[in-house]
Design a protein around this ligand. Structure first.
Ligand code: A2P
Length: 273
């Protein structure tokens, strides 16, 4: 069974990664180190989370070989130019204490500024010179993705907020049509209400798994990457253990049906999360 998604001919991303927002300082370092020791091989951070140095410390503390880890970060809108992106890269790798990134994302399109296509061009330069293995975007709507693709830059991945109640069907359909890998942030939702729904509770009982595992399984069985955050060691292990069972078509469809049609909450947190 596939536990990774392909981003480029020689680059695969593990389907489950550790989200690190809003952890900072020692909390972030300890959580990242613990997650790697629990088997995580994909860590997701961002300039905006103000925890890159701590995440880097956690990676070193774990003792893992850098080459065995898939590391993603994202840069703020102030770097939206071809040279700015290179500067953002330099600062991130310096804070993280690494030499390269597996994946670097435009964190937010900031269409009012209107320079996100240049940012993507800058990212492609970094792939071309080997600074990063792959690039992608986050929080891009179909119109923003289209603008990038019209500049002849196929977008490998878009990280957006997806959970069973906020599936963003039109957004995900666009990703599917254009071969864009979807990565889900806040994959368990922000209030956890659907973890109580029969469509989740039923399979959890039948399969002997937790509701969170059912929801994460739903994501990966749809071929999505998911980056749940947990600072709790047992929940970290639980969230990684979603490849030993499968949901039936009916069980998948019942979770799909939890879709409310409402957009995910766009507050100042989620904007840059
Ligand atoms: P905790 O860190 O105490 O485990 P995000 O939306 O940023 O991914 O946050 C996920 C939220 O869900 C966190 O508050 C996290 O809390 C909680 N969480 C993570 N994994 C689980 C799980 N397996 N079961 C229940 N809650 C979880």
């Amino acid at each position: 069974e596939l536990t990774t998604a392909q981003l480029a001919p020689d680059v695969r991303i593990p389907l489950i990664g550790l989200g690190t927002w809003p952890l900072t300082g020692e909390d972030a370092a300890a959580t990242v180190s613990q997650a790697i020791n629990n088997g995580y091989r994909h860590i997701d951070t961002a300039e905006n989370y103000a925890n890159e140095a701590a995440v880097g410390e956690g990676i070193r503390r774990s003792g893992i070989d850098r080459g065995d880890l898939f590391l993603t970060t994202k840069f703020n809108t102030q770097w939206h130019s071809r040279t700015g992106v290179r500067e953002a890269f330099r600062k991130s790798v310096h804070r993280l204490g690494t030499e390269y990134l597996d994946l670097l994302l435009v964190h937010w399109p900031n269409p009012a500024q209107g320079r996100f296509v240049e940012a993507c061009e800058g990212l492609q330069d970094l792939v071309d010179d080997g600074s990063i293995r792959a690039w992608g975007v986050s929080n891009f709507k179909p119109a923003h993705l289209q603008a990038v693709q019209e500049a002849c830059l196929p977008v490998p991945l878009n990280q957006v907020q997806v959970d069973p109640e906020h599936g963003q069907p039109a957004q995900l359909a666009y990703h599917r049509e254009h071969g864009i890998v979807t990565a889900a942030y806040s994959p368990l939702g922000r209030n956890g209400s659907f973890l109580e729904q029969a469509a989740v509770r039923g399979p959890a009982r039948e399969l002997g798994m937790t509701p969170a595992q059912i929801v994460l399984r739903w994501h990966v069985q749809h071929g999505r990457v998911a980056v749940p955050k947990s600072a709790n060691s047992q929940r970290q292990r639980e969230n990684l253990d979603v490849f030993s069972f499968a949901l039936t078509r009916q069980q998948m469809a019942a979770i799909d049906a939890l879709e409310t049609g409402a957009p995910p909450r766009l507050d100042s947190d989620t904007y840059f999360h």
